[in-house]
Design a binder for this molecule. Structure first.
Ligand code: ZN
Length: 275
């Protein structure tokens, strides 16, 4: 299948006014729609959406484009992130790109995906930690929804697992999953309850690990370092799950930690995000 064919199918199924109006309020203006621009601050609308041209244009700041560029700008995603969101909305399955053609960032996304599965498997096999999470009020479904996992108190289990999946030392290091010493690589996260952090399209870009048995020496929380796919200051935890509800409610609830966020979502406050 040609790479651009899902893009065309998506454009046929989703109109520009439908996409834009799911984020901001549009007003009819002749054959077009207008709104206050989401990309710059203004009091009177100079942002126009044209259904005929399937595009938008702002006379104030010059922002312009189609549904893809709108999602990229609004959600702060790259093209593939926008493609993932729009394909889901249009109900069009995306064909997996072949591994050989995969770029550096795609490899890192896949490494994070594999690491998440590995941590989830560890948790499923560790009744003691599961029981602990339940005692903190988490339901099994919630644990699955948030892909919570566990990193073993061991030096190289994740590293060796990812090597067996075909990732290079360099890729695993770039993903922020290991640290390097003269003696070689070792897992950054050990003996921690693992919370994956996603971008707004739901791709896993980092982890926050909470120590399970405090040894008095290690930090209680350890986060992934900044990587080519993760910039700490640009991410809100839970935004991928909260954004629909934030749009519907027109406000969000901000909490501090991941447990607060997960428990809020579990209790039905789905417009909650965490710093
Ligand atoms: Zn503008």
């Amino acid at each position: 299948m040609m790479i651009n064919s899902p893009v065309q199918q998506i454009k046929e199924r989703l109109s520009i006014e439908e996409i834009v109006s799911s984020y901001i309020k549009l007003e009819k203006a002749g054959a077009n729609f207008k709104a206050r621009c989401p990309f710059h601050n203004e009091k009177t609308p100079s942002f126009f959406v044209s259904p005929d041209r399937a595009s938008y244009y702002c006379f104030g700041c010059g922002a312009k484009g189609d549904i893809f560029s709108f999602i990229e700008e609004f959600e702060g995603l790259d093209f593939k992130g926008a493609l993932k969101i729009l394909a889901e909305r249009a109900g069009i399955p995306l064909v997996q790109y072949s591994k050989e053609k995969e770029g550096e960032k795609e490899k890192l996304y896949r490494a994070m995906e594999e690491a998440t599965k590995f941590f989830e498997k560890n948790l499923a096999e560790n009744k003691k930690i599961l029981e602990y999470l339940k005692s903190r009020g988490l339901e099994e479904k919630t644990i699955g929804d948030f892909k919570i996992g566990f990193s073993l108190l061991d030096w190289r289990t994740l590293f060796e697992y990812l090597k067996s999946k075909g990732f290079s030392d360099k890729e695993i290091e770039l993903a922020g999953l290991v640290k390097k010493t003269e003696k070689g690589f070792y897992d950054r996260f050990r003996g921690r309850i693992m919370f994956p952090i996603s971008d707004s399209s739901g791709r896993i870009i980092a982890f926050s690990g909470r120590i399970f048995e405090d040894d008095g020496k290690s930090a209680k929380y350890l986060n992934s370092p900044d990587t080519p796919i993760f910039s700490k200051s640009a991410v809100l935890y839970g935004l991928d799950k909260a954004k629909e509800s934030i749009r519907k409610n027109n406000f969000s609830i901000l909490v501090e930690g991941q447990m607060d966020l997960i428990l809020s979502h579990q209790a039905g406050f789905r417009n909650t995000v965490a710093i």
